[in-house]
Structures are given as structure tokens and as C-alpha cells.
Design a protein around this ligand. Structure first.
Ligand SMILES: [Ca+2]
Ligand SMILES: [Ca+2]
Length: 417
């Protein structure tokens, strides 16, 4: 274990020295090549020529240019907001354009807001955001509609986005990723901690005429009323929470559920929760309370880890049962295209959200995955026929090299924290 760790660190530091040299060269070239009037780092904001974002400063320019809030953007590098050096972040208040995160990340976004509502990297979104990861965002507000990515998703579309290690807090409609959701959220996840008063969820606070599909949250959630591991409350009959799970701990007063605090309207379908649940009234392992127009079906919770023998909806199972594919297969869960499971050692996981670098069971990226990765180091004959070198050729270039290691390290401990 020790030698693995040392090799890992040496590889990482060699890589970073090399990268620093490349970066300096790159910066030197850019200083001479960039036209003086260029906005961001190129592009015109159109669909075929989006504005390109490479740095924290350029990310912060978007919020200062409200005329660009209906334009198209593409993130071209991992950005660390600490590079702003304490300058306040300009929130992108009302975004109706398209932002493609290009599978890059924004780390250490910090917002402390006195606004009454709509606080996040984006305040209100009617457009589209995809392929974006937020690492350790810290969003503190006194108001409502607060999420690390978006305060109020107003009929917008969010796909393949995550917020890892969040701290998000506010009053009502507070979520790890999105505060108030009236849009479509697919293939998204969150971890960290979320807190507030009412309509508090690990991923979204209130989902009202909105959908949450193939998403999960591992965030711990604390609130007062309508508090859930994934979603605080669903309302409007068009709302759907489908093929989702929550694993964080939930602690609140009334309408408290491992997955959803209250299903007022809409449906919860093929979901489960496994986190501990604490509350005083209308508390359930999966859902705390379901009103007449709400519906929960083909869903489960762990009666042991939740500490809850009852739930307003869903079926309670023991931990052993929750780690068997058969428990879910009998209800028509899709273990081909949608779900996977480390049988007997893990709960069902969403195939599309398995982190890069999670090469082997158990779930999460740890030393077991690193040992497998190291065993494939340097192989140059990777192809689908050998499983891309047991998955170690993460970028499927044919070779297991530093580019794969860089991706691997970015996801280190993901799925466990
Ligand atoms: Ca693993
Ligand atoms: Ca590779």
C-alpha cells in the first residue's frame, strides 16, 4: 500500500512539473497571439463558435456582461476560482443561453449572498447547462432558491452536471445543485452538505412541474420541513423523480424522507434511499408524506441504515436485500442499460454516473482501483477486446499513460465522499 502511494505521488508531481512548463509556454504564446479586443478567449457566442472560457477571470467576466447571458459558451479547462484572489464572483444572474462545461470542472466557487432569492453560479436559468462539474462550492445565502449550480432552474435543461463536496445553505428551496426546479434535470449528482429551513434536498430543494431523472445525491441534509436526501418536496402533477437514489443522512422536523420529504403531487418511480433519517412527524425511510395526487411506486429504502421501519411510500428491505440485484429485478428495474450493482457489497448504482477511475468493485475510486490501474500502466495495446486494458485506458487512446492518470486523480475518492 505504501509503495503504491509513493509511486502515485511521484507520478503526479512529475506530471505537474511537466504541465507547469507547458502552461508557461502556452501563456507566453497566448500573450503575443491574442487580439487585444478578444472577449473571453475567443468565439463569438454563436452555436458554431461559442465563447471559450479558460480561466477564472474569464468565468467571472460572464457575470459582468449581461448582454451575453443568452449566448453560447464552452469551458475549455479546469478552472480554480481561488485564482480570483478574493475578488467577488459576479453571479450570472439570468441565463438563457447554452453553457457546455465540456466535462471540465470549476473548483472553489465561493458566494456569500445577501440577495433575497436565486443564488448560485447561475441565478436563474431558462437555457441549457451540460457536462459541468463543481468541486467544493461554498454557497451561503440568507434568501430562498439557492443551489451550487443554479438558484432557480426556470424551465431550463440541465444534463450531466455535478456538485462535489458542496456547502450550500439558505432559507427555503435549497438544493446541493439546484434550489427551485421547474425544469429538466438528468444525469446529475451531488455530495457534501445542504441546510436551510423548508424545501431542502441533497440535489434540488423544491421540484415544481419539474423532472429529476437518473440522478443521485450523497449529500447530508439538515432542515425544518419538507426535507429529503434528494428532493425536499415535489409538487405539480407533471413532476417526476425517476431512476434516482439518495445515500446521505437527513435530519429535520416534519415531512422528512431519505429520498423525498413530501410528495405533494407527481410521481416517484424506481428509486431508493439508504441514508439515515431523523425527524419528529411524518418521517419515512424513503418518503415522509404523500398527498392524494402524489404517487410512489417500485421504490425501496433500507430499513436498517435509515433507522426507519416505515415510510409513506416504497418498500422497506434489509441491508442484505438492498445489495441484491434480484430485489429490484422483480420490479422491472433495468440492470442492462440503467443500473449496475456490486452484488452483496454495494447498493444499485447508475451506470452513466460511475466515476472515471472506478475500475472495480466496491463502488468509489480508491486504492483497489489504483492497484488495478497500476497493473495496466504502460500497456499500449488497449482496445474494446481487452476492455480497454481493464478500464485503465480511461480516455480510450489505446495506451495507459499520464493522461489517464490525470483523469484518475481528478476522480480520486469520488463516490465515497
Ligand atoms: Ca472501485
Ligand atoms: Ca489512455
Amino acid at each position: 500500500m505504501g509503495s503504491l502511494s509513493t509511486g502515485f505521488l511521484q507520478s503526479a508531481s512529475h506530471k505537474s512539473i511537466k504541465m507547469t512548463k507547458l502552461l508557461l509556454l502556452y501563456l507566453a504564446v497566448c500573450l503575443f497571439v491574442l487580439p487585444v479586443q478578444a472577449k473571453y478567449e475567443g468565439g463569438t457566442g454563436s452555436a458554431s463558435d461559442p465563447y471559450l472560457i479558460y480561466t477564472a477571470e474569464q468565468m467571472n467576466e460572464i457575470g459582468a456582461n449581461s448582454g451575453d447571458w443568452n449566448k453560447q459558451f464552452k469551458l475549455m479547462a479546469n478552472v480554480n476560482m481561488d485564482d480570483l484572489g478574493g475578488t467577488d464572483f459576479n453571479m450570472i444572474e439570468t441565463f438563457n443561453g447554452i453553457f457546455d462545461g465540456n466535462n471540465c470542472t470549476i473548483s472553489n466557487l465561493s458566494i456569500s449572498s445577501a440577495l433575497a432569492e436565486n443564488t448560485g453560479l447561475f441565478g436563474t436559468v431558462g437555457g441549457e447547462i451540460s457536462n459541468l462539474g463543481l468541486i467544493k462550492p461554498n454557497i451561503i445565502s440568507q434568501g430562498r432558491n439557492v443551489g451550487a449550480l443554479i438558484g432557480f432552474l426556470e424551465h431550463g435543461i440541465i444534463t450531466n452536471c455535478y456538485a462535489r463536496g458542496v456547502v450550500v445553505s439558505g432559507s427555503n428551496n435549497i438544493g446541493g445543485l439546484i434550489g427551485l426546479n421547474t425544469g429538466r434535470v438528468t444525469l446529475c449528482w451531488s455530495s457534501g452538505s445542504v441546510s436551510g429551513d423548508s424545501y431542502i434536498g441533497g440535489l434540488t430543494g423544491l421540484t415544481d412541474d419539474g423532472t429529476v431523472k437518473q440522478c443521485y445525491s450523497r449529500a447530508n441534509v439538515i432542515g425544518n420541513r419538507n426535507v429529503g436526501g434528494l428532493v425536499g418536496k415535489t409538487t405539480d402533477e407533471a413532476s417526476e423523480v425517476m431512476n434516482c437514489y439518495a445515500a446521505g443522512a437527513v435530519d429535520a422536523d416534519r415531512y422528512v424522507g431519505g429520498l423525498v420529504g413530501q410528495v405533494e403531487q407527481g410521481r416517484v418511480y424506481k428509486c431508493y434511499s439508504s441514508g439515515s433519517v431523523l425527524g419528529r412527524q411524518d418521517v419515512g425511510g424513503l418518503t415522509g408524506f404523500i398527498r392524494v395526487l402524489g404517487n410512489v411506486s417500485r421504490s425501496y429504502w433500507d430499513t436498517q441504515t435509515s433507522g426507519q421501519q416505515t415510510s409513506a411510500g416504497g418498500t422497506g428491505k434489509t441491508t442484505v436485500q438492498m445489495k441484491k440485484m434480484n430485489t429490484f429485478l422483480s420490479d422491472g428495474w433495468d440492470f442492462w442499460a440503467m443500473w449496475t450493482i456490486c452484488e452483496d457489497i454495494g447498493y444499485p448504482a447508475l451506470l452513466s454516473l460511475i466515476p472515471a477511475g472506478d475500475l472495480d468493485c466496491p463502488d468509489g475510486v480508491n486504492f483497489i482501483d489504483y492497484a488495478l490501474f497500476a497493473s495496466q500502466w504502460g500497456r499500449d495495446n488497449c482496445s474494446p477486446s481487452n476492455g480497454n486494458c481493464l478500464g485503465a485506458d480511461i480516455n480510450q487512446s489505446g495506451i495507459v499513460d499520464f493522461w489517464d492518470l490525470e483523469i484518475f486523480t481528478q476522480h480520486w475518492l469520488e463516490g465515497l465522499d
